[in-house]
Design a protein around this ligand. Structure first.
Ligand code: C2O
Ligand code: CU
Ligand code: CU
Length: 535
């Protein structure tokens, strides 16, 4: 371990720990009674329905379309992506694409800043990827055309202009891309689900209620990530949804800039309700896995099957985030450091743009997200089929693992001690090779949601995981249920190392530039990002 980085990390982490919003413990969560609604949540807003148009409506990508990034009135956020077709309008449409089809979209930039759309999770050439090397200036357009090469899954799209992604995302620019194929349709038939009714897309996020539409990160926010104090599902706080006594497919995306959710479902009697994990970032698992909780970091997705058939009419079930300590064990280290360095963290080159009050709800606090109200009695659903897909087990790379150190020094989060800059020499990966990467997080650090563009990650092992992760392991490699699927983003806890296999098969002509970065949007904007050139 590098003494300088470690000391820097201690100093800053001490400053973060001293900040109420980021105190390592969970005073707030721990003091909450074991009642139905953590933080006394009253669910008084119906969850918006995703329909044939409007906010988060389903939009078929079978014909070319224009995605306009700009201000809107008819959406929960000041900005949205809008599309229009046949007299109908959508905001942040759920794009639906058939595997193998060609997606043709034109980004129209109606913002007052540069932007670009990145297709998160797709196997795509670097020009269409939207990696930020090319952007659309205000008023300009950018054309995308690419075959949808991925298997079915819940992918998403969001801005990627280097250094200003966090603000655009936070002010409302995000959307889901559902890819659909024969396996997924067969599952839909087996489970008798209907999109928008018993097959729901839930996008999680958080905002600051006092200034919901503004984004003004302080120096601390830039280091810790921008946390809100109001939890949103599909743009709505305190949302509820009426359901029937059958199974529901919940496809959940964490689109929060920085917050990690530890998702669980709690019944009226206070007990947690098991659910089946059907899929992750890149589609269906081979087999459903029964879980009581799953962690979902920024940009990660989970596909859950929740069965309400044993519930009584009038009951409710709450989608919660359970308490956890993101800085597990670090609070002690930080407390020690706080004694002599209190308030002394160095802003360095951090750009302090605002004086906003930091969120008062720390990462890891217990949260109530969405209430399901059992309102209708219907025939129970069959359980999910025992085989969901033909997903093969991951295969490790032939050579030694390539190490990536996630660290903090001189006020900046780094990968292999470097801060991103557009001109830097990329990491070169020979195409058509299979590699194992070892993502190593320092003990004095934060959780980092590490994301690679263009290629799937398959988790091989988790090492030195915190206790609350080890407790969820499903095998001797320390993997979690969510690690059994195809991933494009993996959360690496402080002190933890995650081994991932990557197949760099690449059919695109010429060198292709991708990015490896933390999906905590403030870490990404701050340069916790590395260019990866597949040559
Ligand atoms: Cu979802 Cu480079 O990002
Ligand atoms: Cu991405
Ligand atoms: Cu990070």
């Amino acid at each position: 371990m590098h003494p300088t980085s470690r000391r820097d990390a201690l100093i800053t982490l001490a400053a973060l720990a001293a900040w109420p919003a980021f105190a390592g413990g969970n005073a707030r969560a721990a003091s909450g009674a074991d009642d139905l609604c953590a933080n006394g949540t009253v669910f008084d807003a119906p969850l918006p329905r995703s329909g044939r148009d409007g906010w988060m409506g389903y939009f078929d990508t079978d014909a070319p379309f224009v995605l306009r990034a700009g201000s809107v009135d008819a959406a929960p956020f000041p900005l949205a992506y809008t599309v229009a077709r046949d007299g109908r309008r959508w905001q942040n449409p759920i794009l639906v694409a058939r595997a193998g089809s060609t997606l043709r979209a034109t980004l129209a930039n109606a913002l007052d800043a540069a932007t670009i759309v990145h297709w998160h999770g797709l196997t795509i050439d670097s020009l269409n990827d939207g990696n930020g090397d090319r952007v659309a200036t205000p008023g300009a357009r950018f054309d995308y055309a690419f075959p949808v090469r991925n298997r079915a899954g819940m992918y998403w799209y969001h801005p990627h202009p280097h250094g200003i992604t966090g603000g655009q995302l936070h002010r409302g620019l995000f959307g889901v891309l559902l890819v659909d194929d024969d396996e997924d349709r067969a599952l839909g038939t087996a489970l008798a689900t209907t999109r928008g009714d018993t097959d729901l897309v839930l996008v999680l996020g958080d905002r600051r209620a006092s200034s919901r539409s503004s984004y003004a990160p302080s120096a601390v926010d830039r280091q810790a990530g921008y946390l809100g104090d109001e939890m949103l599902v599909n743009g709505v706080a305190h949302a509820w949804r009426g359901v029937a006594t059958r199974g529901y497919r919940l496809r959940i995306l964490n689109a929060a800039n920085a917050r990690t959710f530890r998702l669980a479902l709690r019944g009226d009697d206070g007990t947690l309700i098991p659910f089946a994990l059907l899929g992750t970032d890149g589609g269906l698992l081979a087999r459903p896995m029964t879980c009581r909780e799953v962690f979902v970091a920024s940009a990660e997705r989970v596909d859950l099957w929740v069965d309400f058939s044993t519930r009584a009419l009038g009951d409710s079930v709450v989608l919660e985030s359970l308490a956890f300590d993101p800085m597990h064990g670090e609070s002690q280290a930080s407390d020690a450091a706080t004694a002599d360095t209190h308030g002394g963290h160095d802003h360095g080159s951090m750009n302090v743009t605002g004086d906003a009050m930091p969120s008062t709800i720390n990462d890891g606090a217990r949260l109530s997200l969405l209430q399901f109200r059992i309102r209708e009695r219907v025939a129970a659903s069959p359980p999910p089929p025992s085989t969901l897909s033909s997903l093969a087990a991951p295969r490790a790379g032939g050579d030694d693992a390539v190490p990536f150190r996630l660290s903090f020094a001189k006020s900046r989060w780094r990968i292999n001690d470097r801060v991103f800059d557009m001109q830097q020499e990329p990491l070169i990966v020979p195409r058509n090779t299979r590699q194992t990467w070892l993502l190593r997080n320092y003990y004095t650090s934060m959780p980092h949601a590490m994301h690679l563009h263009g290629f799937a990650l398959r988790v091989l092992a988790r090492e030195q995981s915190p206790d609350f992760i080890t407790a969820l392991a499903i095998d001797d490699q320390g993997r979690l249920a969510t690690d059994a699927g195809v991933k494009d983003t993996v959360l690496v806890w402080p002190g933890e190392s995650v081994r991932v296999a990557i197949d760099f098969t690449c059919t695109f002509a010429g060198p292709q530039d991708y990015l490896l970065h933390c999906h905590n949007a403030e870490h990404e904007d701050g340069g916790m990002m590395l260019r990866v050139r597949v040559a």
